[in-house]
Design a protein around this ligand. Sequence first.
Ligand code: NAD
Length: 300
Amino acid sequence: MDAPAVDSLRRHFDVLADASLVDEPDRLRGLLVEADALIVRNRTQVTAALLDDAPRLSVVGRLGVGLDNIALGACRERGVQVFPATGANAAAVAEYVIATSLLLLRGAYLSSTAVAQGQWPRSALSNGREAAGGTMAVIGFGGIGRLVAQLARGIGMGVVGYDPQLPADAACWQETGTRGMSFDDALRAADVVTVHVPLVETTHNLLGPAQLKMLKPHAVLINTSRGGVIDENALADALRQGRLGGAALDVFADEPLKAGSPLAGVPNLILTPHIAGLTMQSNARVSSLVASRVMDALLA
Ligand code: NAD
């Protein structure tokens, strides 16, 4: 948590700010006996058992948006309020999507090492594609998906979208210049596919072998949502066999990646350690938003 946000909490409460608790669940459980509030990122698993050891707990702050690490039903049953940082890191994720899309479409990122070593792979890299005039498919059209659509329109892309929870006449399609369509049609239309769904039962392996086969062979795929949403084995196969232009993954089924991950050594693949939503600015916004929500709830 950003230091100024921690300081703002310290003006009212005893605060234990200790990031190492992420890796010490037993110590965390012991400390929670006395806690009124718990603030986590995405790695701490807030389970029913953890809540049972926290009799005073009334608030969980989440420094981020995804709630797949929090047992929401168990929180509800125990009257524990959950406050995510809705919207506060959307700009960071959206910019990551545009940046990685452009890198993958041009393939230029492949050349740094070769050029530094005195090679000149100009013809190998002469078949890059422009984003302008191409189509981006936004899968999951919530807060982040809509911002991505706006940025993509700004660089001249056509945008199509899929979201089963939005009716065809929802205002957000028109407001962002996005054509809503079926999942399969969106995949088939796209030069860039970007995924912005929560990880829930219905989105697990949303993009498996059958869906990856629907993509154009030069299409690129960006995943900043959650690892379990894309079948990593199927994606690795598609990239190794040249059935896909490239992919950028910020999130993984297991974080960090385990030795022997199917993604190791795969070509045309950008890997980042779950940082799409993390910038100096977003961390300050996320931290102050969660601090103020937690504070309001505890002082109410
Ligand atoms: P949001 O709740 O505003 O939007 C999610 C959208 O997905 C909703 O509109 C919902 O209707 C839609 N959806 C649900 N099931 C779907 C399905 N089967 N197919 C298509 N759409 C479906 O959430 P958001 O703020 O846009 O964030 C999206 C996700 O991004 C979060 O759940 C989180 O996991 C992830 N995230 C990652 C980072 C990062 O750093 N990598 C940062 C922020 C958020």
